[in-house]
Design a binder for this molecule. Structure first.
Ligand code: 5GP
Ligand code: MN
Length: 314
């Protein structure tokens, strides 16, 4: 297991990369790693590269140091967290690719494996849980615990999704023992919504339709709707979770328009449909119960193809 720290000990410059459109688990695992290395290996230089993050995450230590633009620097080591393939490093792909040593720590079932050191557990609740396995609990500082706890909270839907295991709860217990403010982290980063986000959610729920005998619910947010509400893709956060709890539903689908003829789809399932294989089929990825992809075409055309794939599993 601690081949990671053997590598870190041999390197003096380290970069950390996550995935495009970083979510709570991506930010938490990046900053958890950043804080752990900074705290315990003060002689190392560690840089985190992520696309700009939402303000609600900025209470975490290290957010001011996150770099939003790529550099040509060749790092001794680059660590990828919560990222299922190197394309999803986005504009930071070359930082990872050009590093002298590379590590991939992940939990996506769709991960095909990359990096000199590859450790992916598709049964783990979150990248933060996997990252924690490498750490000595006694050496985790409070700021490091805040980042890891936040990521676990986000990827488990507040310790609720089925991947939340005994080990998840053991790690969470250890993180809480560092004196973190759990209620603040849960309310401010997970539950709190902006006013426009509420309006957009309302609209998406109003427009939702049932398919395949009520086992599937789907909704769409077009460019026009984003414009009408003055909303952005960040405001789509949480909508899929409202759709997925509809009685009788096994699969929830949310599509939002990212370009003239392009939609980003999120999929969730409740108990037996593997949405990861559907997303991989359409060029995306993710987990059995939560996945996503982008597809060219109108929403209606794409939805028809998705429903066709879903019906094969129902
Ligand atoms: P979300 O629906 O919240 O955007 O994503 C759910 C899960 O699916 C996340 O774990 C995310 O990494 C994965 N995912 C979402 N969109 C894509 C995509 O376009 N490509 C890949 N490979 N994974 C995705
Ligand atoms: Mn994750």
């Amino acid at each position: 297991m601690n081949r990671l720290f053997e590598m870190i000990e041999r390197c003096s410059t380290i970069s950390i990369v996550g995935h495009i459109r970083p979510d709570g688990d991506c930010i938490g695992s990046s900053l958890g790693m950043y804080n752990y290395i900074s705290d315990n290996y003060p002689d190392k230089r560690v840089d985190v590269f992520l696309e700009p993050i939402m303000d609600k995450f900025k209470f975490l230590k290290g957010t001011d140091d996150i770099k939003n633009t790529p550099t040509d620097e060749v790092y001794d080591l680059s660590i990828s967290v919560d990222c299922s393939d190197t394309d999803r490093h986005g504009e930071f792909a070359d930082i990872f690719k050009n590093a002298k040593n590379t590590v991939c720590i992940d939990h996506h079932r769709s991960n095909q494996g990359f990096g000199n050191l590859y450790y992916c557990d598709p049964d783990a609740s979150s990248a933060c849980e996997v990252v924690s396995r490498f750490f000595d609990m006694k050496k985790i500082s409070k700021p490091c615990a805040e980042a890891l706890y936040m990521g676990i909270i986000h990827d488990t839907g507040v310790l609720k999704y089925s991947a939340t295991s005994e080990e998840t709860m053991y790690i969470v217990g250890k993180l809480i023992s560092k004196g973190i403010d759990t209620q603040f982290i849960i309310d401010e980063t997970f539950y709190k919504v902006r006013y426009v986000q509420n309006k957009l959610t309302g609209r998406a729920l109003l427009d939702s339709k049932l398919y395949l005998g009520g086992k599937v619910i789907a909704s769409c947010i077009s460019k026009e709707i984003f414009e009408e509400f003055g909303a952005t893709k960040d405001d789509t956060d949480g909508i899929i979770d409202k759709l997925r709890v509809t009685e009788g539903v096994e699969v929830a689908i949310l599509g939002y328009q990212t370009d003239d003829n392009m939609f980003k789809f999120s999929m969730r399932s409740i108990s037996y449909v593997d949405v990861s294989v559907i997303s991989v089929h359409f060029g995306g990825g993710g987990h059995i119960r939560a996945s996503g992809f982008s597809m060219e075409g109108t929403y209606e055309e794409s939805l028809e193809k998705i429903l066709d794939m879903v019906s094969q599993q129902l």
